[in-house]
Design a protein around this ligand. Structure first.
Ligand code: ATP
Length: 290
């Protein structure tokens, strides 16, 4: 488990640099890991996820997420480098998750900042970028599915942008292992990401690989729309109603690259069995006409 010393990193060796963002449970800080971490010999900038609450249930969830990230070693998934958790109970310290630092931040903010005409524009995004982002995320999700997990919260804000504009999936706070019948039933009554969620979940509460595929389709929509809110003009209640009457529909954004428009339509098919698998999606992304 994470209590084993190989993952433990002494918090005294972490030097604060600045705040990167604020998550649901605490801040994410940019820090310098002074002593070699995860095989790196020198100082390394790292992203440190903290937990503000001392509620034992939240601490347990946080530890669970760290355990999961330890298993998910893939080039398109943010790497866990270490944890500082063994001294949590003794000293009232916050548990820390030490993650690989992704210099361009989350994909949602990155898209908004680089919207054509924006004052903050630093990269002029084109079709090739969007196809590359789509491929990176599909690789991560193919891997997660092969490990028999569902992510359940696929959205631009949960993808991070790194060097060379490579995308890695992050935020496994909602990820769950699939049962023998290939679904995970939501019994926690937690907050669900309804704008990106597959319509059958409103009816059955079941998360499957196919429901991750739907959310991936909506993520493609978010990309090509530069981080706009999916299902504009619809309230949560409108969305729930449309889901139940099978009338939920994402319109293709203007100037959408044809391969992504086609994938969006396939992924957001109302019938889960008719949605493509991530292997099919990857084939289509590599074989499309430029
Ligand atoms: P939300 O549910 O809104 O996604 P969260 O709890 O999932 O919130 P976190 O994953 O904790 O949010 O991250 C909060 C913010 O911190 C991100 O949006 C991102 O801007 C930044 N961040 C998180 N991890 C990293 C990282 N490894 N490198 C760089 N920035 C990061």
């Amino acid at each position: 488990t994470l209590r084993t010393s190989e993952w433990q990193y002494p918090r005294s060796q972490l030097i604060y640099m600045r705040e990167l963002g604020e998550g649901q449970f605490g801040k994410v800080l940019l820090m310098k890991a002074q002593r070699g971490i995860a095989g790196f010999k020198r100082d390394l900038p790292v992203a440190v996820k903290t937990l503000t609450s001392r509620d034992p249930q939240k601490v347990a969830k946080f530890m669970e997420e760290a355990e999961l990230m330890k298993k998910f070693s893939h080039p398109n998934i943010v790497s866990l480098l270490g944890v500082s958790t063994d001294d949590v109970l003794d000293d009232d310290n916050a548990p820390l998750m030490i993650l690989e630092y992704m210099p361009y931040g989350d994909l949602h903010a990155f898209l908004e900042n680089n919207r054509p005409g924006s004052e903050t524009l630093s990269v002029s995004l084109g079709d090739a970028h969007f196809v590359s982002f789509a491929t990176d995320v599909a690789e991560a999700l193919k891997f997660i599915g092969e490990e028999r997990f569902v992510h359940r919260d696929i959205a631009a804000r949960n993808c991070l942008v790194g060097a060379g504009l490579r995308i890695k999936m992050a935020d496994f706070g909602l990820a769950q292992r699939l049962n023998q019948n290939n679904y995970y039933l939501d019994g926690e009554g937690g907050v669900l990401p309804i704008r990106t969620m597959a319509p059958e979940i409103f009816l059955t509460g079941q998360f499957t690989i196919s429901s991750d595929v739907w959310s991936y389709g909506v993520l493609l929509w978010e990309m090509v729309s530069y981080g706009a809110l999916p299902l504009p003009g619809m309230t949560s209640r409108d969305i729930a109603e449309a889901a139940q009457t099978r009338t939920l529909h994402h319109t293709t954004p203007p100037d959408c690259p044809p391969v992504l428009g086609s994938l969006m339509a396939q992924c957001t098919n109302h019938y889960p069995n008719l949605r493509p698998l991530f292997t099919d999606i990857l084939t289509q992304l590599t074989q499309h006409d430029p």
